[in-house]
Design a protein around this ligand. Sequence first.
Ligand code: AMP
Ligand code: GLY
Length: 420
Amino acid sequence: MRVLLVGGGGREHALAEAIATSPALSMLWCAPGNAGIADIAATVPIAADDVTGLVAFAREHAVDLVVVGPEAPLVAGLADACTAAGIACFGPSAAAAQLEGSKAFTKTICAEADVPTAAAATFDDAASALAHVRAVGAPIVVKADGLAAGKGVVVAATLSEAEAAIVAMMTDRAHGTAGARVVIEECLVGEEVSFFALCDGERAIPFGAAQDHKRVGEGDTGPNTGGMGAYSPPAMFTPALEDEVMSRIVRPTLAAMAARGTPFRGVLFCGLMLTADGPKLIEFNVRFGDPECQALMLRAEGDVLAALDACAQGRLDTASVQMRAEASVVIVMAARGYPGAYAKGSVIGGLDDAAAMPGARVFHAGTKRVDDSIVADGGRVLGIAARGATVAEARAAAYAAVDRVAWPEGFCRRDIAARA
Ligand code: AMP
Ligand code: GLY
């Protein structure tokens, strides 16, 4: 198979490594990739959201399967454009990607399919939204309807925070048109877990769970980030809970999407809150999590490429991938200042030493090669990962590798997976 992988972060480096081990692979390209991906795939300077450019490349190079990492190209119709060109694509159509692209749409599907989720109401004007939060009171959650790079959610502890969030999103358009509509919902309490299911439009198979660490600071303090580290499996997500999520959330959602004529193919990422009343859906994403994907790929056993292709072809019944019993941990190293302003271009040393540590893997995220050096080229720059018999062993191995990285301009959280 000739495969084009789309994206250039740590998630895509982990996907590239998994795909590269498949006996079915003949050629792997990655657009745009990063310095780590360039060691195992041919990188192509096409942006991940350049739908026209990606499809033209795939045609020209007789690509058999396009594997899409990030959500933006999916919401923009990359899978539809591939289908129109006769190329298989791992990732949903634009219509099915609305499960991530519109929080109001997801609430509609949840109501149709009786999926357990936070009670919510949708508003198109600030006056009605303000009246609603004043009537309901805090704590309450205010969400921009559209894609806002992970910054469109405010968990308001007080009424004035909720009011300020509504004004920022709807009146001041802090997230552009994504905030023209808001979803206001009940504040759920519990442990958060990310669960992943591979889907072929009709069928779904579980593909593991992970726990992310979204805040930048130790002890879950400071601003939200894309994720500072993850581990898998989270012990609180028992096999019984997985069965419940498959039967109450994943399968009913697939059925509702198929019934609308917009079947979901790809990976359905269920952001869950494990509440006292059982698991409830916080949000769907239509892609792998980053950095959750790095932790999952270390645990995946079997031919991942064949499984992704089976999703794209609508024949998931032929796939055989599962998660090994071992645990994995990934620690994100970010440029100082992230998630605020940060500098690019600092030189990173020690990567070979880190990769040589027992059980360790180095995933590149925002890196590029300049002459003989690897330099920082983004906010989240590296994911240092390891597998172990237990989460504690994987964690120790991952931090031992982190300590080999010589990069004074970077930082990481020291408490990833500590709660596990
Ligand atoms: P989202 O972008 O929807 O994942 O939201 C970002 C974060 O906000 C989630 O990871 C949760 O920590 C939090 N959050 C979102 N919705 C709720 C809710 N209804 N109740 C409590 N916390 C929430
Ligand atoms: N790490 C969370 C996400 O990928 O959305």
